[in-house]
Design a protein around this ligand. Structure first.
Ligand SMILES: C[S@@+](CC[C@H](N)C(=O)[O-])C[C@H]1O[C@@H](n2cnc3c(N)ncnc32)[C@H](O)[C@@H]1O
Length: 432
């Protein structure tokens, strides 16, 4: 695989920030998000209008958005409730007039409340936030920020329309890091006492206004797709956002035309930690430990006995275990759980259907983890045929090159000693 030439046509280097955050793509930040241009190209080249596209690790829903704006049907799932909330918001076009009126009413309420002292105490029980989460909220937010955020959240919870309520929760979630002392750009939860914290109400208004404009564009695009120009008989795109484990998809056997996904990496991002602020405020979990244990790739899990189909995976695990037992076991668990995911993908794909897996190599304890090669070996054992392997450069503006082991921060300096993914692969497999 090392010998595969880099295909620069897949770099999308020319895509500006505005291009990668068009329509609803800019609603919420998310680690290791696809660029929409990549998802759009894979979908257009491998499916027809009306086909079903599935992303079993949907994250912030990039695949789903691109599927539906291209007139395909979409099914996505993620174990992370934060991802589910974001994906629901990003795939639900809302009537702009209805949204405007609801947003104005929320803003009016916040404006009026600022002049009253009726929000001196935060009623966490009324917000459904349990005691352990309150402690964590205290750890990250000042008292004043907590009062303002609670006020916003209380008002959002009163919105009757579920799509609009979810839209506003997505806005609320995206401002939380800026309103806390969370060290931005760190992949490990770290407090930054020097940070200039953003004011909650103002951040919420700005973020909601930005999303409202994007919703109007999205609504317009989806109107064209739903009503259908010309013949007027285009099928209305369906989009299902699920919250299941990728190993148990709610799909019939042989029903999917294309799987397009980027899986988690082993011990790379702890999604549970990175999304803890939203999880705390929205009551998604009371225990970070339980929250982490559901994620594939997390180091915080029980050991399991397993038989790996890929020889390269087994060799990699042995080399890692010799250096560090814990990291070796985490890699073993990761490869085994990914194996189960590939079996599930095989089940749901139609004969001749494709699975496009976007993955980079990485390293742990100076042992190279050739994820792409392991995945190809594993998927071939399951019955897939390798159709194509594309090696694409990852422009540094999207993913920095190295990760500092001490701080966990991504950086572009020589002192950081962990290689992240300067190139990645699109492994294109077919159910034969
Ligand atoms: C690399 S991210 C996907 C990002 C996505 N392509 C996007 O554009 O936002 C991988 C995702 O896998 C999810 N994940 C981890 N374990 C999972 C599991 N057991 N089942 C489903 N999703 C899982 C994580 O929550 C994370 O959102």
């Amino acid at each position: 695989m090392q010998s595969i030439e880099v295909d620069h046509s897949w770099s999308f280097r020319e895509a500006s920030r505005a291009d990668t955050s068009y329509l609803t793509h800019g609603y919420h930040r998310y680690p290791a998000k696809f660029i929409p241009q990549l998802a759009a190209r894979v979908i257009r080249e491998n499916t027809d209008a009306g086909d079903l596209v599935c992303d079993p690790f949907m994250g912030s829903g990039t695949t789903l958005v691109e599927a539906i704006v291209n007139g395909r049907r979409a099914y996505g799932t993620d174990i992370n409730p934060v991802a589910v909330m974001i994906s629901k918001a990003k795939t639900a076009p809302i009537n702009p007039a209805k949204l405007r009126s609801e947003v104005d009413s929320v803003f009016d309420y916040l404006q009026a409340a600022k002049h009253k002292e009726n929000y001196a105490q935060v009623d966490y029980s009324a917000l459904g936030i349990a005691a352990p989460s309150r402690e964590r909220i205290n750890y990250w937010f000042s008292e004043k920020q907590q009062r303002d955020l609670a006020l916003i959240l209380q008002r959002i919870r009163l919105v009757q329309d579920q799509a609009i309520q979810n839209f506003l929760l997505c806005s609320f979630s995206n401002i939380l890091k800026g309103c806390s002392i969370w060290m931005l750009k760190s992949v490990k939860p770290t407090r930054d006492w020097q940070k200039k914290v953003a004011p909650a109400c103002r951040s919420f208004v700005l973020q909601t206004e930005k999303m409202t404009r994007k919703n109007a564009e999205f609504w317009q695009v989806m109107q064209g797709i739903c009503v259908g120009a010309g013949a007027g008989i285009k099928p209305e795109p369906e989009c299902i956002v699920d919250s299941r484990d990728a190993r148990h998809l709610a799909l019939r056997d042989s029903s999917v035309d294309l799987i397009l996904t980027s899986p988690p990496y082993v011990t790379s991002y702890e999604y549970a930690d990175l999304h803890q602020l939203t999880a705390l405020w929205l009551g998604y979990t009371d225990s970070l430990k339980d929250f982490r244990s559901k994620f594939i790739g997390s180091i915080q899990k029980q050991d399991i006995e397993c038989k790996l189909y890929s020889k390269l995976a087994a060799d990699t695990v042995s080399r890692l275990k010799a250096k560090d037992k814990k990291e070796g076991s985490a890699a073993e668990r990761y490869f085994s759980e990914m194996q189960q995911c590939f079996e599930e993908m095989y089940r749901v794909l139609k004969l001749g259907g494709r699975a496009a897996i976007v993955i980079g190599d990485t390293d742990l304890k100076k042992v190279q983890i050739k994820n792409a090669e392991v995945f190809v070996q594993t998927m071939e054992k399951i019955g897939f045929l390798t159709r194509n392997i594309i090696k694409r450069p990852v422009p540094s503006k999207i993913l920095p090159l190295t990760r500092d082991l001490r701080t966990g921060r991504f950086a572009k300096v020589a002192s950081s000693n962990r290689l992240a993914y300067p190139t990645e692969y699109i492994v294109m497999m077919e159910k034969a």
